[in-house]
Design a protein around this ligand. Structure first.
Ligand SMILES: *Cc1c(COP(=O)(O)O)cnc(C)c1O
Length: 409
C-alpha cells in the first residue's frame, strides 16, 4: 500500500483566485450583460518587447539547423545569460557575483517553493504577513508549517505588515531559522529602505538565520535609494539567497525564466554543528531534478540586457507605473487610504469603515463591476485591505477608476 503524504491534506482546498473566480462567475450568471474589469490577478498584459521577440526567433532558427541545434543544456543555465546577469543586474550596484553563484531557473515560483528542500523539516520559519502564498504552502507540503489554527499555521512566525507599522515588519521576538522577505512586496506594493534591510541582515547574522529574499519586482523600483538586491547590504552573502524573475520585469509569465543567487559564503549547520555550503547543495539539487530553462527562453532573457531591450522593458514598466500613479491619485482623491504603488505595480488599499476584505470585494464587484483581490487571502494581517494591480491597459484602468468614482459617490 502506498501511503500518501498527508501534509498535502492540510492545505486549504480553496485557492484565493479560484474563490474570486467563483464569486465573479456567480455575478456573471445574474448579470450577463455586465462588462467586468479585473484589477485583481497579478499577471502582466503587455506583449513581449521587440528585442525579446527577435532573439527568440533567432534562437528558434538556430535550433532548426544542424550546427545550431542544442539538446539538454547546463542545468545551471547558459553562461551567456549568467554573464549578462552578473554584469547588468549586480556589478553596477557594486555587487560582485561569481558566475556559478547564479542559477537560471524557470521562474521564481518554482525556486521559492523548492529552496526549502535544502533545510531540515524541523526548522522554524518566519514570514511577513500578508504574504505570497507559495512560501507557506511549500512548507506545509513537507510538514514544516504545523497545523492551521484560525487562519494561521502553528509553526510559522508571522510578522505583521500593517499601516500602523508602515508595513515594515518588526524583528521577531524569538529566533527563527529561516525568514522569507519579499521587496518590493507582493501584495502590499511597499518597499524596504537600506537601513531597514540592514537590520534584517544583522539579525540574520547574529541569530544564524537564513533569509530567502524574493526580488521579483526589483525592476519597478523608481527611487534610487531603495535597494534592488539584498546583497547591497554588507554581510548578506553570508545569510541570504535571492530570487529573481523575468515574469514581471519583462512580461515572461508565459515564457518562463528567472534566476536564483546562492552565494558561496552561505552555509547552514548539521546537527553536529558542522557548517555546510549551500551553493554546491543547490547545484546538486538542480542537476538532479531540473533540466534547465529552454535555450530559447534564455536567449530571450539575454535580449533584455541589450541597449534596445533595456529601453523597451523600461518603457513597459513605465506604462504600468503610469497606471499605478493614476490609481493612487484617483483612489486617494476619493478619500481611500492607499499604500504602495510608487515602487511596485500593486496598490494596497484600506477598506472603508465597516467593510472587511471580502465585503468590499463584493460591493465593488456588484457596484462598479470591478474586481480587486481581498487582502485577507494573503494572510491574517491582510484583513481590512484589498489589492489593486497596475497590470491592466491604460483604457481599462481609466474605465475602472471612472466606475469606482461614480460608485463611491
Ligand atoms: C509573480 C511573482 C513571482 C514570480 O513568479 P514566476 O514563477 O517567476 O512567474 C515571484 N514572487 C512573487 C512575490 C511574485 O508575485
Amino acid at each position: 500500500m502506498a501511503l500518501v503524504n498527508e501534509h498535502f491534506l492540510k492545505l486549504p482546498n480553496n485557492y484565493l483566485f479560484a474563490d474570486i473566480a467563483k464569486k465573479v462567475n456567480a455575478f456573471k450568471v445574474t448579470h450577463p450583460q455586465a462588462d467586468i474589469i479585473s484589477l485583481g490577478i497579478g499577471d502582466v498584459t503587455q506583449p513581449l518587447c521587440p528585442a525579446v521577440v527577435e532573439a527568440m526567433h533567432r534562437a528558434v532558427n538556430e535550433m532548426g539547423t544542424k550546427e545550431g541545434f542544442r539538446g539538454y543544456g547546463p542545468e545551471q543555465g547558459y553562461d551567456f545569460l549568467r554573464e549578462a546577469i552578473q554584469k547588468n543586474d549586480f556589478l553596477p550596484r557594486g555587487i560582485h557575483l561569481d558566475i556559478d553563484e547564479i542559477f537560471i531557473n524557470d521562474g521564481a515560483k518554482s525556486d521559492t517553493g523548492n529552496i526549502q528542500e535544502l533545510i531540515r523539516w524541523d526548522n522554524s520559519i518566519g514570514v511577513t504577513d500578508p504574504v505570497y502564498p507559495v512560501y507557506i504552502d511549500s512548507n506545509v507540503m513537507i510538514g514544516r508549517a504545523g497545523v492551521q489554527e484560525g487562519g494561521a499555521w502553528s509553526n510559522v512566525t508571522y510578522l505583521p505588515c500593517i499601516a500602523e507599522n508602515d508595513f515594515v515588519p518588526q524583528l521577531p521576538d524569538r529566533r527563527v531559522d529561516v525568514i522569507y522577505l519579499c521587496y518590493p512586496n507582493n501584495p502590499t506594493g511597499t518597499v524596504i529602505t537600506k537601513d531597514e534591510l540592514r537590520k534584517w541582515v544583522n539579525y540574520a547574522l547574529k541569530n544564524d538565520t537564513l533569509i530567502f529574499y524574493d526580488a521579483a519586482y526589483h525592476a519597478y523600483i523608481q527611487d534610487p535609494e531603495i535597494p534592488r538586491s539584498i546583497y547591497e547590504i554588507r554581510g548578506a552573502r553570508k545569510c541570504a539567497i535571492e530570487f529573481h524573475s523575468y515574469s514581471k520585469t519583462a512580461g515572461f509569465t508565459g515564457v518562463r525564466c528567472g534566476y536564483t543567487i546562492v552565494p558561496k559564503d552561505l552555509t547552514a549547520a548539521t546537527l553536529n554543528g558542522e557548517r555546510i555550503h549551500l551553493n554546491p547543495l543547490w547545484n546538486r539539487r538542480q542537476s538532479t531534478k531540473f533540466n534547465g530553462t529552454s535555450y530559447i527562453s534564455q536567449r530571450a532573457a539575454e535580449a533584455i540586457y541589450t541597449p534596445e531591450g533595456k529601453q523597451q522593458v523600461a518603457q513597459t514598466i513605465g506604462y504600468y507605473m503610469q497606471n499605478a500613479a493614476r490609481m493612487l491619485a484617483t483612489l486617494r482623491g476619493l478619500g481611500f487610504e492607499c499604500y504602495g504603488g510608487e515602487n511596485a505595480p500593486y496598490i494596497w488599499m484600506k477598506t472603508p469603515e465597516g467593510y472587511d476584505s471580502w465585503q468590499f470585494f463584493e460591493n465593488l464587484l456588484y457596484g462598479a463591476n470591478v474586481v480587486c483581490t481581498p487582502g485577507v487571502g494573503f494572510g491574517p494581517s491582510g484583513e481590512g485591505y484589498v489589492r489593486f494591480t497596475a497590470f491592466g491597459s491604460h483604457d481599462q484602468t481609466e474605465e475602472a477608476l471612472k466606475r469606482i468614482e461614480s460608485w463611491s459617490k
